[in-house]
Design a protein around this ligand. Structure first.
Ligand code: SF4
Length: 379
């Protein structure tokens, strides 16, 4: 492997000398090989083609908790619909949530719109070229602020996400819990003190990219392909399987729920979730806690028995949120024309599909109304 340490000056250092470097010296020595590696191996991604502040912002928010491959198509559609910050600031919330449908964590989308509005009002439509001012906008934390200023404006500020924490903690054989805020803060300070002033965007992206492609999160890291192998203490000490250290998370709360896919002619029954809590303010297929029997189902929906043309159990499904897991039983219910319910509201199917975003949690049953299973039950 070509170990080009360039200006950082450890080319020719003995193994012993390399192992004795301080954290700062080690990080500084890593910068050269990281940048060379990134410039040769960076993936070509849509948001890297024209890294304007708006493009970097949208892509970084979408990429939180979501795979790169899944984000590509969302990113393309989003920019086609909302090409600039003014379009985002004035988009109706329902249209925005529809564009976000399936990406999850819908508050990310709502915060984008809020921050766009503030950017138009306070900064004349330009995202500020200032780390601290970006931090004052809704939904922008230290990672996103660092990514925007470094990639779009070339300002040397760190952008520390899970990938970066993994790479740095392995490089330094740091056995502290990477989920602690203090460890993140310490890593940001360390990176800020060593990052190349003239290549901040590439440096941050190189750390993220090596974490995504080489020093990977699942399974063993590909140390033999890593430009940092010679510098890496976790590799040297045989601790790559132990680092990053993460304190065990609390077990998820299991919730049993019954979900209803209700049709009446060309209409479907939808509900709107409360303004606070899980999936706040989003549309839903009506449902309730616990498992209900047929009598309880009709009671809960406020439907008379003679109005039901078909009531059929659907396969069980589950959906995992960060702290809660829904274990769902679903029912398909076909109501006769003119029948009413005491929950939710009826919407024309076409309008429901075009205008109302249904979170992924309901997709296992929504497909009986809109997807590949539509109409199969009552043909
Ligand atoms: S040598 Fe291995 S453990 Fe160390 S940074 Fe590279 S891939 Fe990660």
């Amino acid at each position: 492997m070509n170990m080009d340490y360039g200006v950082y000056g450890i080319m020719g250092a003995s193994e012993q000398e390399v192992m004795c470097l301080s954290a700062k010296e080690r990080m500084r020595a890593a910068a050269g090989p990281l940048l060379s590696w990134y410039r040769e191996n960076a993936r070509s991604l849509p948001w890297r083609e024209e890294p304007t502040p708006y493009h970097v912002w949208i892509s970084e928010i979408m990429l939180q908790q979501t795979r790169v491959e899944a984000v590509k198509e969302y990113y393309r559609r989003f920019l086609e619909a909302l090409p600039d910050i003014y379009a985002l600031a004035r988009v109706p919330e329902e249209r925005l949530l529809k564009l976000w449908e399936g990406l999850g964590y819908y508050n990310r989308a709502r915060n984008l719109k809020k921050a766009a509005g503030e950017t138009v009002n306070r900064y004349g439509g330009n995202l500020p070229a200032s780390y601290t001012e970006l931090l004052s906008l809704p939904g922008i934390g230290s990672y996103t602020a660092g990514a925007i200023v470094s990639i779009a404006y070339g300002i040397p500020e760190p952008a520390v996400d899970g990938n970066v924490l993994r790479v740095v903690s392995r490089l330094l054989a740091d056995m502290e819990d990477v989920l602690k805020q203090s460890v993140k803060k310490r890593t940001e300070d360390l990176i800020r003190s060593v990052m190349p002033q003239d290549a901040a965007g590439d440096y941050n992206q190189a750390l993220m990219e090596i974490g995504a492609l080489v020093c990977v999160p699942n399974g063993p890291p590909h140390c033999d392909e890593c430009p940092l192998e010679r510098l890496c203490l976790a590799k040297e000490e045989g601790k790559t399987g132990l680092i990053p250290v993460k304190a065990p998370k609390k077990a998820r709360v299991i919730e049993e729920r019954t979900i209803f896919a209700v049709e009446r002619g060309n209409q479907v029954l939808l509900g709107k979730r409360p303004g606070k809590g899980l999936l706040a303010g989003l549309y839903e297929l009506p449902g309730t806690e616990g498992y209900l029997n047929e009598e309880e189902i009709l009671d809960w929906l406020g439907v008379k028995g003679e109005d039901v043309e078909l009531l059929e159990g659907l396969p069980e499904a589950k959906h995992i949120f960060s702290h809660v897991e829904w274990r769902m039983k679903g029912y398909y219910i076909l109501l006769r024309e003119g029948a009413g319910t005491t929950v939710g509201f009826f919407a024309d199917k076409e309008k429901a599909q075009e205008a109302y975003a249904l979170p992924g949690a309901f997709q296992a049953y929504a497909k009986y109304l809109f997807g590949e299973e539509t109409g199969k039950l009552h043909r």
